[in-house]
Design a protein around this ligand. Structure first.
Ligand code: F6P
Length: 510
C-alpha cells in the first residue's frame, strides 16, 4: 500500500502544516457548501475537519483504485465478500423490499410477534406475554438495545417492554428476576452461533430459576423460552420448541444483524410499522451508497475522512458523541461494529499489513461526555476526529438546549480562545464532524445505522481487509476454556502459562 503513488501523495500532502490550520482552510472559497452533504433525513457537515479539495480528490482516487465501485456491487449482488468464511454478507437484502429475504424475514418475525401479542402463544405458566428479556451479547444485544431505546423512549410506554441480559453476572440475573413479572415473561435467547458461553450460561441460569417456580409447565404450545439463531439444531437440542425458534442465515454477520430475526425485540417493543420503517430507512441509505458518486456519497466520505485521519494524519482514536439520550447506546454499537470489523492486521490474502486499521473507538451521550472527557478534547495535546450527532426535534426547551450545546462544542474546538492567563487558553484548530438527523423516527435511525455499516465496509475495501470475520476474539475465549477445564480437573500444572497468569489463577482458586 505504501508504494501506491496516491498513498504517497496523500502522505506528503498530510505533512503540510496548513492542513491543521482551520482558519487557513476556511479561506478556501465556498468551503462550507463543498463540505456539507444531505441525503433524506441526514445532514453531514465535514467543514470543520482538517481537509481540503486536494486531499479529498486524492482520497476519492484511492477508493477508486481500491476497487470500491466493484466491491459495492459485490456486496449488493450477494457475492462472497467474507473471504474467511466464503460467505456473502446479506444484511442489505433484509431491507430491500424487492428481495425475497426481506419478505421471508418480516413474515416470520411479524407472525411470531402477532402470536405473542395476541396471546395465541403463552408462557409456560399459561400466561399472556407482557415482557421480553433478551439474552444475548455483542451483535445479538447492542443493535436491538440501541434501536429499542431510540424508538420507544419518547412514547409513553413501549408495546411489550424489553429487558436485556448480556454479561454473565449473578447479581444481574438476580436483579432482573426482581424487576420482571416472571410468569408473563418471554426469555429470548439471541445467539447467531448458539455457542456463545456467556449467553448459554445465562440461558441455563434462567432455565434453572424457572424450574424452581411452581406452575412452570413448558410444552410445545406454551413456552417461556424462545431462540433467535442461525443454528436452529442447537437451539432445539437445548429444549426450545421448534415453533419458538426464529432462524436467520449465517451470511448475516452478527454485528450487522439487527435487521434480521435478531431485531425481534424491536418488533415487540416498537411495533411492526416501526420495524418496517427502520428497514426502509436503511434501504434508502443502501440506495444512496450504491448510486451516488464518491464525492457525494455520505458513507464513503465518512470512511475517507477516517482513513485520512488514521493513515495520513496519524490520529489513532475516534469519538462518537450523540446529543440525545435515546441514542446513548450508539457509541457502544459503533465500537463493536468498527473495532471488531476492522481491527485487523492481515489483508484478505492473509498477509500482515504495514498500515494501521481501526482507530480506538469510544464515546457517550455528548452532554455527559462534556463533563467527563471534553477537557482533553479542548486542551489535550492530541486531536482526534469526533462525530457530533444531533436530532432536529424541537419538542422541548431541553432538546434545543442540547443542540445549542453540541453546536457550541464544535465551534469552541475549532475556534479556541486566547487568554492573558495562558493556562486558560484553548488552542482551537481541533477538528470535528457534525451529523444532524431530521428526527429520531425509525426511518432516520435506519439511515444512520446503515450509513455507519457502509462506512465500515468502505474502510475495509480500502484497507484490503475482511470486515466480516473476527478471528481475534476467539483466542481469549479458548484460553478461558482451557483455564476452566484445568482448574476443574486439577491439572493446572500441565498448562504452559506465564508466571503472572498462573499467579492470578492461584489467587482466584485459593
Ligand atoms: O465477540 C465475538 C462475537 O462472536 C461477536 O462477533 C458476536 O456478535 C458475539 O460474539 C455474539 O455471538 P453470538 O450471536 O453467536 O452469540
Amino acid at each position: 500500500m505504501r508504494n501506491n503513488p496516491i498513498w504517497q501523495q496523500l502522505t506528503l500532502h498530510a505533512q503540510k502544516t496548513k492542513l491543521k490550520d482551520l482558519s487557513h482552510l476556511w479561506q478556501q472559497p465556498d468551503r462550507h457548501n463543498k463540505l456539507t452533504f444531505e441525503s433524506k433525513n441526514i445532514y453531514l457537515d465535514l467543514s470543520k475537519n482538517w481537509i481540503d479539495d486536494e486531499a479529498l480528490n486524492h482520497l476519492c482516487e484511492l477508493a477508486s483504485q481500491a476497487g470500491l465501485k466493484e466491491a459495492i456491487k459485490k456486496l449488493f449482488n450477494a457475492e462472497v465478500v467474507n473471504t474467511t468464511d466464503q460467505l456473502a454478507a446479506t444484511h442489505t437484502t433484509l431491507r430491500d423490499p424487492a428481495h425475497p429475504n426481506h419478505r421471508n424475514n418480516t413474515k416470520a418475525l411479524f407472525s411470531l410477534a402477532d402470536a405473542v401479542s395476541t396471546g395465541q402463544i403463552k408462557t409456560a405458566f399459561g400466561k399472556q406475554v407482557k415482557q421480553l428479556v433478551n439474552i444475548g451479547i455483542g451483535g445479538s444485544y447492542l443493535g436491538p438495545r440501541l434501536v429499542v431505546e431510540s424508538l420507544t423512549e419518547l412514547q409513553s410506554e413501549s408495546r411489550i417492554p424489553v429487558y436485556f441480559a448480556a454479561s454473565v453476572d449473578d447479581s444481574l440475573i438476580n436483579q432482573l428476576f426482581q424487576s420482571i413479572d416472571i410468569e408473563h415473561c418471554l426469555f429470548c435467547i439471541s445467539s447467531k452461533s448458539f455457542s456463545t458461553v456467556e449467553t448459554l450460561m445465562n440461558a441455563r441460569a434462567i432455565q434453572t430459576k424457572l424450574k424452581e417456580i411452581s406452575g412452570y409447565q413448558p410444552t410445545q404450545e406454551q413456552s417461556s423460552l424462545m431462540a433467535i439463531t442461525a443454528n436452529t439444531k442447537r437451539a432445539i437440542e437445548v429444549g426450545i420448541p421448534k415453533c419458538m425458534v426464529l432462524p436467520f442465515d449465517a451470511s448475516v454477520g452478527g454485528r450487522f444483524s439487527l435487521w434480521s430475526a435478531i431485531g425481534f425485540p424491536i418488533v415487540l417493543a416498537a411495533g411492526k410499522e416501526q420495524f418496517q420503517a427502520l428497514l426502509h430507512g436503511a434501504h434508502e441509505m443502501d440506495l444512496h451508497f450504491r448510486n451516488k458518486p464518491f464525492t457525494e456519497n455520505i458513507p464513503v466520505l465518512m470512511a475517507l475522512m477516517s482513513i485520512w485521519y488514521r493513515n495520513f494524519m496519524g490520529l489513532s482514536a475516534y469519538s462518537c458523541l450523540p446529543y440525545d439520550a435515546r441514542l446513548r447506546s450508539l457509541p457502544k454499537w459503533l465500537q463493536q461494529l468498527m473495532m471488531e470489523s476492522t481491527g485487523k492486521m492481515h489483508n484478505v490474502k492473509g498477509e500482515v499489513i504495514d498500515y494501521p486499521t481501526t482507530p480506538w473507538v469510544f464515546g457517550d451521550h455528548g452532554q455527559l461526555s462534556q463533563h467527563a472527557f471534553f477537557q482533553a478534547f479542548h486542551q489535550g495535546v492530541d486531536a482526534l476526529p469526533l462525530d457530533f450527532i444531533g436530532v432536529l426535534e424541537h419538542n422541548s426547551p431541553a432538546q434545543d438546549f442540547l443542540l445549542y450545546n453540541m453546536i457550541a462544542q464544535g465551534a469552541a474546538l475549532m475556534r479556541g480562545k486566547e487568554e492573558d492567563h495562558s493556562m486558560k487558553g484553548c488552542p482551537g484548530n481541533k477538528p470535528s464532524t457534525t451529523i444532524l438527523l431530521k428526527d429520531l423516527s425509525a426511518e432516520s435511525v435506519g439511515q444512520l445505522l446503515a450509513m455507519y455499516e457502509h462506512m465500515i465496509y468502505t474502510q475495509s475495501v480500502i484497507w484490503n481487509i475482511n470486515c466480516f470475520d473476527q478471528p481475534g476474539v476467539e483466542l481469549g475465549k479458548s484460553i478461558a476454556r482451557d483455564i476452566q477445564e484445568h482448574v476443574e480437573n486439577n491439572t493446572l500444572n500441565e498448562v504452559a502459562l506465564d508466571p503472572s497468569t498462573m499467579a492470578l489463577i492461584k489467587k482466584v482458586t485459593e
